[in-house]
Design a binder for this molecule. Structure first.
Ligand SMILES: Nc1ncnc2c1ncn2[C@@H]1O[C@H](COP(=O)(O)OP(=O)(O)O)[C@@H](O)[C@H]1O
Ligand SMILES: [Mg+2]
Length: 333
């Protein structure tokens, strides 16, 4: 077993809105990431992926609040630290986070090298600028990014180049865990491939020790991460290796995300793919029982009332559903 980079136990977090309503966006999430491991998190929009990413940094300020659960980094529970301690000792070096749409949020009036200086100075205020420039240049070279980019402004870069630059800036301090929130979603296919290649390169070279890659597209993760968790309505509904999750998903929601619920057309032997009708529930008031039941074509009456514990299968796989695989195959009502 590799060294554990991140261990999360039963994490629950919520937003408190300005009308004083609570939105329970991360509900009882546990995960563990070892050195060299990459984990994918998939789920539709509104399922809590970005909130989970934010919550994993342990950097809580309104409207996001920690309810319970631990996040262990280097033997310390960072949920017990003050935001200031987290900022000084965790962010950038232990955990680095690339927010969704980060590349479009870069301050347009700053050259790229200034962003790198800011990241490094937040951690080491005394480092001279020429030393920072050398560090940045060396790292850019490894990542196949031209040195000239350091002196450019964000608007001068193409989308793909901007996103790769964001990744380089975010990982300049060689974090143990990189959390990338939909880093390739806004890009065309060839830029997507470059971004994914670069993230793998960072892992291979040891510039990042482990990675969490968030996306709404489950199939995308097959070539990107070792393991995949599927998130629905604030909860993890299934975990497995990338291969298991992509080729043999167990939970009805994962099956739907894969677009792989194959239904024979009436009277023919042809199969058609089904999408998932409906939308995820409102997390102010999550439904009792299985949160997916309203949209699940296999749901029994019990699914809507019975609390769903994680079901563990013989080979160590987990999915959160009371139906067994035979019932799911038959689509019993
Ligand atoms: N700042 C916020 N205040 C209140 N609710 C929020 C806030 N940001 C997101 N939410 C809600 O939290 C839930 C999860 O959102 P999010 O984490 O962005 O999902 P995803 O990244 O999977 O699309 C949604 O119901 C969303 O409306
Ligand atoms: Mg999101």
């Amino acid at each position: 077993m590799g060294k554990i980079m991140l261990e999360v136990n039963n994490l629950k977090t919520k937003y408190v809105t300005r009308f004083n309503e609570s939105v329970y966006a991360v509900d009882n999430v546990s995960l563990r990431l070892e050195e060299g491991e990459s984990m994918g998190i998939a789920g539709e929009s509104g399922c809590g992926k970005s909130t989970l990413a934010l919550s994993l940094m342990g950097y809580y300020f309104a409207p996001l609040h920690h309810i319970e659960g631990s996040i262990i980094v280097e033997g310390k529970d960072i949920t017990k630290m003050t935001p200031d301690q987290v900022r000084k000792t965790v962010l950038g070096t232990e955990i680095s986070y690339i927010p969704q749409a980060a590349m479009n949020a870069l301050n347009p009036t700053q050259k790229i090298i200034r962003f790198i200086e800011n990241v490094i100075h937040a951690h080491d205020p005394g480092m001279p600028k020429n030393r920072i420039y050398e560090m940045a240049r060396d790292r850019f070279e490894v990542l196949n990014l031209p040195e000239e980019v350091l002196e450019k402004y964000p608007v001068e870069l193409s989308g793909g180049m901007k996103q790769r630059t964001v990744i380089a800036i975010s990982t300049i301090l060689s974090p143990k865990v990189l959390i990338a929130d939909e880093p390739s979603s806004a890009l065309d296919v060839s830029s997507q491939k470059m971004v994914i290649k670069m993230m793998r390169e960072l892992m291979k070279n040891g510039f990042i020790k482990s990675m969490i890659f968030i996306t709404h597209e489950l199939p995308l993760l097959y070539n990107v991460t070792d393991d995949i968790m599927v998130m629905y309505a604030g909860q993890i509904v299934e975990k497995g290796t990338a291969k298991e999750m992509v080729f043999d998903p167990l939970h009805p929601y994962s099956k739907g995300l894969m677009g792989s619920i194959i239904v024979p057309e009436a009277g023919t032997r042809d199969a058609k793919l089904t999408a998932i009708p409906g939308t995820p529930p409102n997390l102010k008031n999550p439904p009792a029982g299985c949160r997916f039941a309203q949209r699940c074509k296999y749901a029994h009456a019990a699914c809507k009332v019975q609390s769903i514990e994680e079901v563990r299968l013989k080979d160590g796989r987990m999915y959160r559903c009371i139906l067994d695989q035979n019932e799911l195959k038959e689509g019993k009502k």
